[in-house]
Design a protein around this ligand. Structure first.
Ligand SMILES: CC(C)(COP(=O)(O)OP(=O)(O)OC[C@H]1O[C@@H](n2cnc3c(N)ncnc32)[C@H](O)[C@@H]1OP(=O)(O)O)[C@@H](O)C(=O)NCCC(=O)NCCS
Length: 246
């Protein structure tokens, strides 16, 4: 799809950052574009090596800022210069970030969709809309798993071995189908965007062996919650299943 040769770099120089500043300042003057208001954030990301830039014919035409915390990468801003939109630059930059974050052993990438009309772009790149959690700001959060996830369904599954999650903190409200279900007869990790007060149920060989709030799952709050995600590696899952079977 890319018609122009795009060069993407995790280590821009100060001249390239200056080009971004001029571009954003001009856009702000010409059409009130608000990205220049984030200048302090952009400079800080440059100092801390948390910025990716895209260049075409030697000119800086795109940037992406990010932060890694506890193995979760958050995208701050992704912006492509107007005349270079829709030629694949944004996609290429996000894919490069994903590859780099996998190397850094991150479990997921997340972002707040601002402006909202970029939602379709994230969906095209297989980002999933996160469920609304209590007390969250009404922003649109999207995320993508970077681990080898067991396929997550939103339907009840008729399998004897599964992990189910309900987006409720009410323990007596589990007669309805779960919001998420993982068939743990498949191999892979479990990763989902959750609130730690929501309910989780582990069924092994058809028996409900654990129903609790996510924060009490296996009594190991710190191990499985990497906020805002629950992450149970395949290795941990197999260990838990073996312990119950013995
Ligand atoms: C959103 C943005 C980053 C997309 O970058 P881009 O380089 O124009 O996007 P790409 O050309 O890589 O597009 C990848 C795919 O998404 C689609 N797409 C891109 N922007 C879209 C939009 N606003 N609505 C619907 N689809 C969109 C493209 O058609 C393409 O689809 P295809 O693979 O089927 O051909 C860019 O438009 C931008 O900078 N917008 C302003 C700032 C912004 O919204 N940032 C997002 C912050 S959350």
């Amino acid at each position: 799809m890319i018609k122009e040769p795009t060069e993407i770099s995790f280590s821009p120089n100060s001249q390239q950052i200056r080009e971004i500043e001029i571009w954003l300042l001009n856009e702000h003057k010409n059409n009130g574009n608000r990205f220049h208001g984030n200048w302090n954030h952009i400079e800080r990301c440059f100092r801390e090596k948390r910025i990716l830039v895209g260049r075409i014919h030697g000119k800086t035409i795109a940037f992406l800022t990010f932060l890694i915390q506890d193995g979760v990468c958050s995208i701050g801003i992704l912006n492509v210069k107007s005349e270079f939109k829709n030629i694949g630059v944004g996609k290429k930059m996000v894919e490069m970030l994903e590859r780099e974050m996998i190397l850094k052993k991150c479990i997921a990438i997340m972002l707040f969709c601002q402006p909202e009309d970029s939602e379709q772009f994230w969906r095209k790149l297989n980002y999933i809309k996160a469920p609304k959690r209590p007390f969250d700001e009404p922003e649109l959060t999207y995320y993508k798993s970077l681990v080898k996830n067991i396929i997550m369904t939103t339907k009840h599954q008729d399998t004897a071995n599964k992990v189910e999650i309900w987006f409720t903190e009410k323990t007596n409200n589990l007669d309805v189908p779960p919001n998420l279900c993982f068939n743990i007869e498949q191999s892979g990790d479990i990763l989902a965007y959750v609130h730690y007060d929501w309910m989780i149920k582990l069924t092994i060989d058809g028996i409900d062996v654990a129903t609790s709030k996510i924060k009490y799952f296996q009594n190991e709050l710190d191990k499985y919650i990497i906020a805002p995600f629950i992450f149970i590696s395949e290795e941990d899952l197999n260990r838990i299943i073996t312990e119950y079977r013995n």
